[in-house]
Structures are given as structure tokens and as C-alpha cells.
Design a protein around this ligand. Structure first.
Ligand SMILES: [Zn+2]
Length: 451
């Protein structure tokens, strides 16, 4: 490590109590996506303490703070990103009673790592040793939950896409960003590269409408919406062999309203579905096949159907340049922290993450760190090593940012030059809009025989 890098580690270690207290505070005051007002307020306070301004209200609760005055520098801007949101898991012992949310995905460590990194990178000597600019970003709503609240915001025109980074991209918060640095917590390991691919997805709310009738005395007078849903499930299952193995298509969901009474033919049945795949082309194809399955089910039963499709997240794209991050992880490996697990480009995750949207537009340098036990999205998640979860995470953020931006941002520039965007921002918005559709098929019941 050079002298500046040693200084970065010394500053972070000298503030470790403060950093761990911040992480603990956010952990115990978890908030759901697009509602992270306390969390973003705490982030703004920390940025202001370091002498930085904060742009707030980006995608409702998002924040950006620039290390150097915005527009004052030549060269690339690196976004150092921490997510703010938590999960609706009220039975976690540290769930916040006011929200019923808990940090069972460890996003509090991301935000804490960004705050700890900012403490070191804002040192005047450290800042002066870097080219370009750094933007510390607090991102809302990575978890796709609380869907009804978001649907309400969408109807009010306050939100258009369901994910925080998707919205940040839409409102232009990434327009001046050239390269991104992100993190996720991972139980059972110390740290590693998070550089696999992942599935993208769309979500669907499907409503079948039929006609009620007495289910025992006169079922032939009804039009059964539950039959339409049943036919739809079979039709969707039969699409399976039309999917290529390499596209890792996942179609999964549930019947969220299945009728009202045992002796009433259901006139209203709703289903929630996700359609995922390895590439936008692949999951768009699967999404169209699901739609035709639903419409065929409506036609077969005489029901009507409304299919509301919302764009989810884009497929994750590995970065070819992991040498800077790899060098940092090697330098931080010691007797205590050496359990490394790398997810490389050969590894594919069939889940999804809105860092995929960022990686669609610009190079993303992405890492894991530990300090947690339990399984993510489960109430058994605990922070068991605060130093690793928060302080080591801050060091990885800070050292990686520094090494990307030192020497006139040479490494960042190399990564940006070698990166081929999957889409331009305009193409991204056009794709998202093409996935934001409502299709309606009117009911077509036949006349009742004998009436
Ligand atoms: Zn997460």
C-alpha cells in the first residue's frame, strides 16, 4: 500500500467506533423502499459533517453528494453506492416497531461502508490525489416489496418504475456518472468479488373476470374465473419446453385472490407473477408467452383478463476489469480475514438485483463482505462481526475508489474505455417503457343454453 492508502486505512480505523455506531443505528431503524426518510436523513447528516452538500429527493429518498464541486473536474465520475432499504420482516428481534421492517438483507452495511469510505476520501490530501470526481450515493428501494404502496405512488405520478436504481436512472441521477462501485453483504464469508451474471425480470398482476352463479344449483350459468386461472397455470407450464436452458427462465407466482365462497362461482381471480431470464431478449420472449397463455385461458373459459406488466430489473452483466478490486481484497487479507469467496462471470444467479440496471449502462465494480450470520431475507440474520460488516467494508469501498481514481483516474478510465454498454440510457428507457403495459381482453361468454 502506498502512503495515501495507509492514511485511508488509518482514518477509517480511527473512526471505527463512529462507523460501527452508524451501522448499528441504521440496522435498528430499518425502513422499506421509497420510505427511507430517517435513513437518508442520517446519510445527509454524515455528508454535511464532511463538508459536502447533498442533493436529496432523488427517486423520492435518494441522495447524491459530490467529493469535489459538481462540474469542477475533468474526467470520470465514480458513484460509490449504498442501498438504504430493508424488508418487511417484523418478527426479527431488531425490527423497528414503527415500520415493521428489518435489515435482513444487510443493506445497512452498504450505506455504512459508503459513509466510512467518505470519511477517508474527504481528507484533503486523499481527495487531491485522485482525478475525476466521486459521488457518494444513497439509493432507495432495491427490494421489490410493498408493491401496493408503490402502485399508489405510480398512480400519483411520483414513481414510474418499481426499483430504486431504475428510478434513479430514469430521473437522470446517473447521467453524470461514468462508473459505479457497489457492495452486498454475504453471510459465511469475509469478502469476495461479486461479478457473476443474474436474471432480469418483469412482474405481472393478472385479473380474470367471470360471472358469479350458484356453484351447485346452476354452475352452467356462471363463467368461472378460477377455471381461467387454472387453465392459465397449465398453459404457462406447457411453455417450458419452448425456453432454452441457457436463458435460465423462471416463471413463478401465486393466486392472490381465488374467489369468495365455496358455493359461488368466482367472478374475480387475481394472480401475481414474475417472469425472469438471463437476457432482456430472453425474458421478453417468456413474458409474451405468459401473456398468450393467459389470453388463451380467458378465451377458453369466456372470461375477461387484464394483464398489467411492470418492468423489474435488468439482467446483471459481469465486468471484465476486476484487477483493482482484487488487489484491494488481497491487501486486506490477513490472519483474521481470509475467507474469500469470488463469484466470477461463469456464475449465474437466477435471482435479480437492480445493480443489473446500472451494469447495463456503465461498468460496475461490485464486491461482497461478511460479518453476518443467518440466511438473507430471513429473520435469523444477525450482525456477528461489526468490524468486518462495517469497517472492513468501508476500507474496501475507499481503497477501491482510490485505486480506480488515483493517477488521474487511470484505472477507471481503462475500465470505462473497455466497457461496451448493453444499452444506451435512451434504449434502456425505451425497453422499460415497452415492458410497462396493460392489456385487456373483454369477457366473451356464450348465451346460456335453455335461457
Ligand atoms: Zn439485498
Amino acid at each position: 500500500m502506498d502512503r495515501i492508502e495507509q492514511k485511508i486505512c488509518e482514518i477509517i480505523d480511527s473512526k471505527k467506533e463512529e462507523i460501527m455506531a452508524f451501522g448499528r443505528d441504521i440496522f435498528c431503524h430499518a425502513e422499506l423502499g421509497f420510505k427511507e426518510t430517517r435513513t437518508s436523513g442520517k446519510f445527509v447528516e454524515e455528508m454535511k459533517k464532511l463538508g459536502m452538500d447533498a442533493e436529496t429527493g432523488l427517486a423520492i429518498t435518494g441522495v447524491k453528494s459530490y467529493l469535489k464541486p459538481k462540474g469542477s473536474t475533468e474526467g470520470p465520475t465514480l458513484a460509490v453506492i449504498g442501498e438504504m432499504d430493508a424488508l418487511p420482516i417484523p418478527n426479527h428481534p431488531d425490527a423497528w416497531s414503527e415500520t415493521g421492517a428489518s435489515h435482513c438483507c444487510g443493506h445497512n452495511a452498504q450505506l455504512t461502508g459508503v459513509v466510512g469510505a467518505a470519511m477517508a476520501l474527504a481528507d484533503p490530501e486523499v481527495a487531491a490525489a485522485m482525478g475525476g470526481n466521486i459521488c457518494f450515493m444513497a439509493a432507495p428501494a432495491e427490494e421489490y416489496v410493498d408493491v401496493e404502496y408503490r402502485a399508489g405512488l405510480m398512480k400519483e405520478g411520483k414513481l414510474r418504475y418499481g426499483g430504486g436504481k431504475c428510478e434513479l436512472i430514469r430521473v437522470g441521477a446517473f447521467d453524470d456518472v461514468d462508473i459505479a462501485l457497489g457492495h452486498h453483504s454475504m453471510p459465511g464469508m469475509d469478502f469476495g468479488l461479486y461479478n457473476g451474471s443474474s436474471n432480469g425480470f418483469v412482474n405481472k398482476t393478472v385479473t380474470f373476470t367471470g360471472r358469479s352463479a350458484h356453484a351447485a344449483a346452476a354452475p352452467h350459468e356462471g363463467v368461472d374465473a378460477l377455471n381461467a386461472a387454472t387453465a392459465a397455470l397449465v398453459n404457462i407450464a406447457l411453455q417450458q419446453e419452448s425456453f432454452r436452458d441457457e436463458d435460465t427462465i423462471r416463471v413463478h407466482g401465486f393466486v392472490s385472490e381465488g374467489g369468495t365462497a365455496i358455493n359461488v362461482i368466482a367472478d374475480h381471480v387475481t394472480m401475481q407473477y414474475s417472469v425472469r431470464g438471463k437476457t432482456p431478449e430472453a425474458y421478453r420472449d417468456a413474458s409474451l408467452k405468459v401473456d398468450r397463455s393467459l389470453k388463451a385461458a380467458a378465451m377458453a373459459t369466456g372470461c375477461g383478463v387484464t394483464i398489467e406488466t411492470l418492468p423489474g430489473y435488468m439482467s446483471g452483466v459481469p465486468n471484465n476489469h476486476t484487477e483493482v478490486l482484487d488487489s484491494v481484497l488481497k491487501d486486506l487479507t490477513d490472519e483474521k480475514y481470509n475467507k474469500r469467496f469470488d463469484m466470477g462471470p461463469e456464475m449465474h444467479m437466477t435471482g435479480s438485483d437492480d445493480f443489473g440496471d446500472v451494469a447495463t449502462l456503465m461498468p460496475l465494480v461490485h464486491f461482497y463482505s461478511g460479518g453476518y450470520t443467518g440466511s438473507l431475507h430471513n429473520p435469523d440474520v444477525r450482525v456477528t462481526d461489526e468490524y468486518l460488516a462495517y469497517v472492513v467494508t468501508a476500507k474496501i469501498f475507499a481503497l477501491t475508489a482510490y485505486r480506480l481514481m488515483k493517477d488521474g483516474a487511470a484505472a477507471a478510465k481503462e475500465n470505462i474505455a473497455d466497457y461496451k454498454p448493453v444499452m444506451s440510457k435512451d434504449e434502456y428507457i425505451a425497453f422499460m417503457e415497452s415492458m410497462l403495459t396493460t392489456e385487456e381482453v373483454a369477457p366473451t361468454p356464450l348465451p346460456i343454453v335453455g335461457k
